[in-house]
Design a protein around this ligand. Structure first.
Ligand SMILES: Cc1ncc(COP(=O)(O)O)c(C=O)c1O
Length: 365
C-alpha cells in the first residue's frame, strides 16, 4: 500500500523524542515540593516581580524587538558590547536558532552522552545528525569530542556545567577543545548554571567568545534569576554569528514582561548573591548527607545533584517513595542515566525532607 500524499516534516523531525519536562504533581500528597526542574528556591528578585507587574498597564504595545535596554543591562553587568548580545525566549530559543542558522541536512553536530536533551532535538530539528561523544566519569571528555569531529561537523554543543550530571570542564580544557576544532566549527558553550560555579578553574566562555570567531556562549534567566516562567535567555557571540541569528529570530521573540523583569533582575545583585550563597551551603550539605546514606553522587557544581542508585529498579522505587511524600525529583532515563535521580537544591526544609525520606527508604533511620 502506498502512503497517502500529505505534507511531510523534513528528515529527522520524526526521529525526535519530544522533551519531557520534570513532573510537577504528586497525586494524593498533601503538599508538593518540586525539585525536578532546577528552579531556584528563593524565587525571583522582588524588583523583577514589580517590573513584571508594571508591564500589565501596557499590554497593547509590542515589545522592543531588539531587547535594547535588556542587552545594555547585560552588557553593563558583564562588561560586554550589547551589539554582540542576542536575547531569546529562554536559552532553548537561542540553541534552536543556532542549530537552524548553522546546520542543515548531511551536517553533523556533536554533544556528549549525558548532555542537555535540547541539543539532539535542535540538531535533528535542523535536519542534521547528532553525534554523541562519550563522557568520562559523567564529565564531558575533550579528547572524545575531538575524536568525533568529521568533515561534516558544523557545531559542538557543550553544557558547562552540564545538566543533569552537574559536572564541569575546566577552562584550560575548554580552550584545548577550542584549539582542536577546525575554525569552521561553531563551539556552543551553554553556561545555564554558570552563576552557581565556585571553582577557580572555571570560566563560562566570555573570554573565548571575545578572542575567537567560532565560539558562542548561552545564558539563562531561568535558574539563578528565577524567571523560568517568563522564558528569557541571552547569547554572546562574534558579530557575524549575532548577525546570522538576528536574521532568523522572531522579530519580537522576547516579550515585554520578560524584558522588564530581566532588566530589574540584572540590577539586583544582592538577590543573585543570596541565591548563590544559599546554593553553596545546601549543595555541599546535600552532597555530604546523601553520600552518608551510602549513595553515590556526582561532584556537582550547579544547583542540583545527581544521585546514583544501585539499579534502575532502586531509582524507580526511590522516585515512587519520594513522590508519595510529595517530594518530586527527576528521573533521568532519557539522559541514559536509568539508575539515577536528579534533585534540585531546594529550601532548607525541602533538602532535609528529602534526605530524611531517603534515610527512611534505605532503612538508615
Ligand atoms: C544546560 C541547560 N541549558 C539550557 C537550559 C534552558 O534554559 P531556558 O529556560 O533558558 O530555556 C537548561 C534548562 O534546564 C539547561 O539545563
Amino acid at each position: 500500500m502506498t502512503a497517502p500524499l500529505r505534507p511531510q516534516p523534513r528528515p529527522g523531525v520524526l526521529a525526535i523524542d519530544p522533551y519531557v519536562p520534570g513532573k510537577s504533581t504528586a497525586p494524593g500528597a498533601a503538599r508538593v515540593i518540586k525539585l525536578s526542574s532546577n528552579e531556584t528556591p528563593l524565587g525571583p528578585s522582588p524588583k523583577a516581580m514589580a517590573a513584571y507587574r508594571a508591564v500589565a498597564d501596557h499590554l497593547e504595545d509590542y515589545p522592543d524587538g531588539a531587547s535594547t535596554e535588556l542587552r545594555e543591562a547585560i552588557g553593563r553587568a558583564f562588561g560586554l558590547d550589547p551589539d554582540r548580545i542576542v536575547c531569546g525566549a529562554g536559552s532553548d530559543d537561542l540553541l534552536n536558532l543556532i542549530a537552524d542558522a548553522y546546520l542543515c541536512d548531511r551536517d553533523e553536530a556533536i554533544h556528549t552522552t549525558h548532555g542537555f536533551l535540547v541539543y539532539p532535538i535542535a540538531i535533528l530539528g535542523s535536519g542534521a545528525t547528532p553525534v554523541v561523544a562519550a563522557e568520562k566519569n559523567h564529565t564531558a571528555d575533550v579528547d572524545a569530542i575531538l575524536a568525533a569531529v568529521s568533515a561534516r561537523t558544523k557545531a559542538v554543543f557543550l553544557a558547562n556545567p552540564n545538566n543533569p550530571t552537574g559536572t564541569y570542564v575546566p577552562f584550560d580544557e575548554v580552550k584545548r577543545l577550542h584549539r582542536g576544532l577546525p575554525p569552521q566549527v561553531l563551539l556552543v558553550l551553554d553556561a545555564a548554571y554558570a552563576e552557581y560555579v565556585r571553582k577557580n578553574d572555571y570560566e563560562a566562555g566570555i573570554e573565548l567568545v571575545a578572542t575567537s570567531d567560532n565560539v558562542v556562549m548561552c545564558r539563562t534567566f531561568s535558574k539563578i534569576h528565577g524567571l523560568a516562567a517568563l522564558r528569557l535567555g541571552w547569547m554572546y557571540g562574534p558579530a557575524h554569528v549575532v548577525d546570522a541569528i538576528n536574521r532568523i529570530r522572531g522579530p519580537f521573540n522576547v516579550n515585554a514582561a520578560a524584558q522588564a523583569a530581566g532588566i530589574a533582575a540584572m540590577g539586583d545583585v544582592a538577590h543573585v548573591e543570596a541565591a548563590r550563597a544559599h546554593n553553596e551551603k545546601w549543595l555541599d550539605w546535600l552532597l555530604v548527607e546523601i553520600r552518608k546514606l551510602g549513595l553515590d553522587v556526582t561532584a556537582s557544581v550547579a544547583n542540583f545533584v545527581l544521585i546514583q542508585f544501585p539499579s534502575a529498579k532502586a531509582a524507580e522505587d526511590a522516585d515512587a517513595f519520594l513522590t508519595e511524600r510529595g517530594l518530586i525529583l527527576r528521573r533521568v532515563k532519557a539522559y541514559k542515566l536509568p539508575n539515577a535521580l536528579r534533585m534540585t537544591v531546594g529550601t532548607e526544609e525541602a533538602n532535609r525532607l528529602v534526605v530524611e525520606a531517603m534515610a527512611e527508604l534505605l532503612g538508615r533511620k
